[in-house]
Design a protein around this ligand. Structure first.
Ligand code: COA
Length: 260
């Protein structure tokens, strides 16, 4: 399907989904949220896709938040629908069952940080600026930001970023665990592509099990979470990739995973 606000392309088993509204700093309006929902549903169901990179077009911003022009006229009922659509789309990313990397070259603010936090890895350039400035609009994050930031960076950082609304630079974001890697501006694509290639070459059922154990199992009480992990571990032992990976180790060669 052709998108109005997204560009989707494949490089081997890596799908790139780029939000393409650079004149609005890739702000998330309703149409873009709907298109992202469709694009990630497609990525989920396409077996040839093993890893996804989410990016924002242009040099300035990954995503500068929900579309404030749209928000300014929204009714409470529309706001609930908008929040739920954004939450659903971001939950689809989080539970995709395939690793998703956010490529953050500039601003990731509001909904931009929220969608980045629903990805599994975040790689930022030295120019990245991350924050939840909704308070300055008389709002609070409505796409899961309060909850994901709390889980990612803990209560002190979640309270500070939400209450004060001040963005943090790449170094502080890295310290807080909001960025997994920080790259020089010119090295950002190499860093993102190297990670995406590594993930795309990994055993997909093992990747899915890891994502499931951490993201779903991790929300359970500890004893249930351990049980969840054991079952996910056992499930990988049904795959040819597990036999290949262990055999390759014993034969001192690189494994060739097929996804079976
Ligand atoms: N929603 C809608 N439009 C947005 C937007 C958003 N979240 N963020 C930026 N834009 C638009 C601007 O209105 C402007 O459009 P225009 O040229 O038609 O007037 C264009 O993108 C460029 O933004 P501008 O503000 O001129 O760039 P800047 O370099 O001066 O500032 C930011 C960059 C990111 C600091 C600033 O745009 C900003 O604060 N954006 C809002 C961030 C925010 O509050 N996000 C949370 C939303 S809930």
């Amino acid at each position: 399907m052709a998108f109005r606000n997204l560009i989707s392309s494949d490089r081997g088993a890596v799908r790139s989904i780029t939000i393409n509204r650079p004149d609005k700093l890739n702000a998330l309006d309703r149409e873009t949220i709907n298109e992202l929902q469709i694009a990630f549903d497609q990525a989920r169901h396409d077996d040839s896709v093993r890893a996804v990179v989410l990016a924002g077009a242009g040099e300035k911003a990954f995503v500068a938040g929900a579309d404030i022009a749209e928000l300014s006229a929204i009714t409470p009922i529309q706001a609930q629908t908008f929040s739920r659509a954004g939450q659903r789309m971001m939950r689809t990313i989080e539970l995709l069952g395939k690793p998703v990397i956010a490529r953050i070259q500039g601003f990731a603010l509001g909904g931009g940080l929220e969608i980045a936090m629903s990805c599994h890895l975040r790689v930022g350039s030295e120019r990245a600026r991350l924050g939840l400035p909704e308070i300055s609009l008389g709002l609070l994050p409505g796409f899961g930001g309060t909850q994901r930031l709390l889980r990612l960076a803990g209560r002190p950082a979640a309270l500070e970023l939400c209450l004060l609304g001040q963005p943090v630079d790449a170094v502080r974001a890295h310290q807080l665990g909001l960025l997994n890697r920080v790259a020089a501006v010119d090295a950002l694509d190499d860093e993102v592509n190297a990670l995406a290639d590594q993930l795309a070459a990994s055993a997909p059922h093992a990747l899915a099990g890891i994502l499931d154990a951490i993201l779903v199992g991790g929300e359970c009480p500890f004893a249930e979470a351990m049980d969840f992990e054991s079952k996910a571990f056992a499930l990988t032992c049904t795959t040819e990739d597990m036999r290949e990976g262990t055999r390759a180790f014993l034969e001192r060669r690189k494994p060739a995973f097929t996804g079976k």
